[in-house]
Design a protein around this ligand. Structure first.
Ligand SMILES: [Fe+2]
Ligand SMILES: [Fe+2]
Ligand SMILES: [Fe+2]
Ligand SMILES: [Fe+2]
Length: 434
C-alpha cells in the first residue's frame, strides 16, 4: 500500500485514558518468542520518535510547526509507555537483557539480508557479531545469578556462544564513524533499516545505563558498564551512516515512515491476537503522524514526500531464527576489525599504531568483565554456558584462536586451550534440558 494515501487516525483522536495506555503485559514464559523482541524494538522506536521531536523544536522558531510537534510528541510518549509496559513485571533485568541482545542479533541479521547498500550491509554484519558475543557473556550471569536457563528466554531461536570477544569491541570511538549514504540516491529501504537499528541500539544503551546497577554483584555491574560502552559505539557506528544533509523536515518524514513500517511489520507477524490489535492501532496512529509530517514537508520544503520515502512499505523488522546466517558470519568475520579509513580490516592487516589498541589497553588493564563472566562460569560449572549445534560448539577454541589480537588481550583472557577442556563437561551435568 502507498501509505501516503492512507488516512490513519487523526492526531486529535489519539489521546487515551491511563487505563488504555497501560495494557496487560504478555506472559513471560508462554508468549511467542518474538512477541518479546517486537515489544522491545517498538519501545526503542518510540523513544527515538519522542527524542527527535524535542531536538526539532529546540531548533525551530516556527510556532505553527512547534504546536504540531508538541501535540505529536506527547502521543509518541504515550505510545512509548504502552510499548515498554507490555513487558511483564516478573521478567528480571537479566531476562530482559537477553531479550535486548536477541533483538540486536536477529534484527541485524534480517536487515543485513535485506539491505541493498553493500557498505551498510557490511556494517550490519560487523555489528552483528558484537551483539551476538554480548548475548553469550550475559547468558553466563543469567545462569549464575538468576538460575535461569537462557533458553527459557531465547526459546532456542538464537545460539549462545562466543564470537568476536567483547574485549575487542572497544575502539577509538572516532574510528567507529562510518561514511553516510547520499540522501538523494539512497533507497527508502536503506533509510528505514538504519533508523530502525539506531533506535534499537540507542534503547539498548539506555536500558543498560538505567538498569546495570540493579544487581549487587560487582562483576555483573562491570559487565553492564563494559557492554553499555559498546552500545554507545554502536549508536555512533549506525547513526553516522545517515546523511547529515537531510533537513529536519526530511528527517521527520523518515521517522514517521519508519514507525509506520515497524508497526506494520509487527502487526503482520504477530500470532497473539490481543497484541496484534495493539500493533494495528498504533500503526493507524503513526499514519496520522505521517500525514502531518508530509503536509509540513510539502508546505515548507516544496517537495513531494514520495521523493524521500517512495510509495511502498518496507519490512524492517521481520523476526525469525537466524542461526544459519549468524554462523556463516562468525566463520567468515570473527577476525575482522574496524579499519583506519572508515572501512574494515582483518587483524593481521592492522597498523601497529591502530587507534583502538590504546583504548583496549586502557579499559582492559584490570581485566575484562566479559572474560571474567567466563572465568566465573568455569569456577562454577567447569565450563561456559553455550548453546549451538555440536559441530559449531566444538569450533569455539578455533574461532577464539582466530579472534584474539596478537598485540593485545586483557590479563584475565580465557585462552583457546582452556576452551578445549569444555567439551569434557556435558550439559546434562549442570543444566536440565526441557
Ligand atoms: Fe510513535
Ligand atoms: Fe549488544
Ligand atoms: Fe549493539
Ligand atoms: Fe509517530
Amino acid at each position: 500500500m502507498n501509505v501516503l494515501k492512507e488516512k490513519g487516525i487523526p492526531i486529535d483522536k489519539q489521546i487515551k485514558t491511563w487505563k488504555d495506555i497501560v495494557q496487560r503485559p504478555y506472559c513471560r514464559s508462554h508468549a511467542d518468542n518474538y512477541t518479546r523482541t517486537r515489544q522491545i524494538l517498538l519501545n526503542g522506536i518510540e523513544v527515538e520518535a519522542w527524542g527527535f521531536k524535542h531536538h526539532f523544536i529546540r531548533k525551530s522558531d516556527n510556532l505553527e510547526l512547534n504546536k504540531i510537534l508538541a501535540k505529536i510528541r506527547r502521543l509518541e510518549d504515550m505510545q512509548q509507555t504502552t510499548m515498554n509496559w507490555l513487558c511483564p513485571a516478573n521478567q528480571t533485568v537479566l531476562d530482559t537483557t537477553l531479550g535486548y541482545e536477541q533483538v540486536a542479533v536477529d534484527l541485524t541479521a534480517w536487515l543485513a539480508q535485506n539491505e541493498p547498500d553493500e557498505y551498510v550491509k557490511e556494517t550490519y554484519n560487523f555489528g552483528l557479531l558484537e551483539d551476538f558475543d554480548h548475548l553469550y557473556r550475559y547468558s553466563q550471569f543469567e545462569f549464575m545469578i538468576e538460575e535461569t536457563d537462557p533458553n527459557e528466554i531465547l526459546h532456542k531461536m538464537t545460539d549462545v556462544l562466543l564470537a568476536r570477544p567483547t574485549q575487542y569491541h572497544h575502539n577509538c570511538n572516532a574510528i567507529r564513524i562510518r561514511k553516510p549514504y547520499d540522501k538523494d540516491k539512497t533507497s527508502p529501504q536503506t533509510k528505514v533499516n538504519i533508523l530502525t537499528l539506531v533506535s534499537a541500539e540507542q534503547q539498548t544503551h539506555n536500558f543498560y545505563a538505567e538498569h546495570g546497577f540493579m544487581y549487587g554483584n560487582s562483576d555483573l555491574k562491570r559487565l553492564y558498564a563494559e557492554i553499555k560502552d559498546v552500545e554507545e559505539e554502536h549508536v555512533t557506528m549506525y547513526e553516522t551512516l545517515i546523511d547529515p544533509n537531510e533537513s529536519m523536515f526530511e528527517k521527520w518524514l523518515i521517522h514517521e515512515f519508519t514507525e509506520v513500517c515497524n508497526y506494520y511489520n509487527c502487526y503482520k507477524d504477530e500470532p497473539d491476537e490481543r497484541i496484534k490489535l495493539i500493533w494495528e492501532e498504533n500503526m493507524q496512529m503513526e499514519i496520522g503522524h505521517l500525514q502531518l509530517a508530509a503536509e509540513m514537508f510539502k508546505k515548507y520544503e516544496k517537495r513531494d514526500p514520495e521523493e524521500v520515502i517512495g510509495t511502498e512499505l518496507v519490512l524492517p523488522c521481520h523476526f525469525e531464527c537466524q542461526k544459519k546466517y549468524v554462523t556463516k558470519i562468525i566463520e567468515s568475520e570473527v577476525d575482522k576489525r574496524l579499519g583506519t579509513n572508515q572501512d574494515y580490516a582483518k587483524i593481521n592487516e592492522l597498523p601497529d599504531d591502530w587507534a583502538s589498541y590504546k583504548v583496549q589497553e586502557m579499559t582492559g588493564k584490570d581485566g575484562a568483565p566479559s572474560e571474567q563472566a567466563i572465568r566465573l562460569s568455569i569456577q562454577s560449572i567447569g565450563r561456559d554456558i553455550a548453546f549451538a549445534d555440536e559441530e559449531l560448539l566444538k569450533k569455539q577454541p578455533e574461532l577464539l584462536e582466530r579472534a584474539l589480537e596478537k598485540k593485545y588481550h586483557s590479563p584475565n583472557t580465557v585462552k583457546p586451550d582452556e576452551y578445549k577442556k569444555f567439551e569434557k563437561i556435558k550439559r546434562i551435568d549442570y543444566i536440565e534440558e526441557k
